[in-house]
Design a protein around this ligand. Sequence first.
Ligand code: NAI
Length: 335
Amino acid sequence: MRVAFFSTKPYDRRFFTAANEQHGFELKFFEPRLTPETMALAQGFDAVCVFVNDQLDADILEQLKEAGIKTIALRCAGFNNVDLKAAEEAGLQVVRVPAYSPYAVAEHTVGLMLTLNRRIHRAYNRVREANFALDGLLGFDFHGKTVGVIGTGRTGALTAKIMHGFGCDLLGSDMRENPDCLELGMKYMPVDDLLAKADVVTLHCPLTPETEHLINEERVQKMKPGVMLINTSRGRVVDTKAVIEGLKSGQIGSVGMDVYEEEADYFFEDLSNNVIADDVLARLLTFPNVLVTGHQAFFTREAMQAIADTTLNNLQEIEKTGKCDNAVSYSGLKK
Ligand code: NAI
């Protein structure tokens, strides 16, 4: 099988080349994102392998089909960037990596919480300039605080487990109650009730039409004053402008985000010599109580190995049987 990889970095090449020793596929790594302009690179391949910010809308999918592509392999868990209906109509199979290391995401989520609370990002810079003053670094004990988890699947449940270890009370919001979370004493409730009670709100739901701007202006007002908001799911689950207003008024105490609504133009690139044209992102970066990381929650050795192994196993399964357990389809989701 010939596979064209888009949006690749040196680390993608390293992990996929090593994993491919067991498969012997022909892999070609392209740096650019998959766009109408770069589409031509996919000509002559059997599959394309894409990442979180490659937008596979109906037009691109139709063109991929015409170029001879049969399979879209997502090397990530989320599939919000693929028009699944159009993919199905074009007869393209879509496979993904549903779970690689939920530990990676949960641990990064908690890392954001701890850093923000104890201002470790600020302390690091201060002491490097021999400023050992503590003013402005006052935090709180997580012990006894209430953590609200929206989306209690793999990453949400693991985050809950870690926070349970800190002695936090757990609230959850999800249409499916997770037995592991119930065992930790999590109380399930509608989102609005959770927001009214939680000292820390952490988002772990996928981006769907229902979760787009789940945290909006109205919901910011429903949160506990001074709340810590963490988003390691998908940028558009949060209305960033509403969050900025919440930060300005003090309603939101701190924000940690690994994802951003308009991240596709910025994340994964070194733009330190450029001017940031996005005023919302630029404003976010000015707050001392906001910590942004560039979609790195998944980025551990274990996760990268698992992503490469699962992606290539998915393609192997398709090649051998025409089907794959990790396929995701429009009609499958409708069932
Ligand atoms: P998962 O599928 O195990 O869990 C998602 C949970 O969200 C499910 O329990 C589902 O029922 C729930 N959910 C769906 N709609 C909801 C709604 N409207 N309200 C409340 N809950 C809802 O997924 P997992 O592995 O925990 O990942 C969650 C999301 O995190 C992924 O969809 C992906 O977008 C994002 N992600 C981000 C990464 C990063 O590096 N920042 C890495 C991996 C995933």
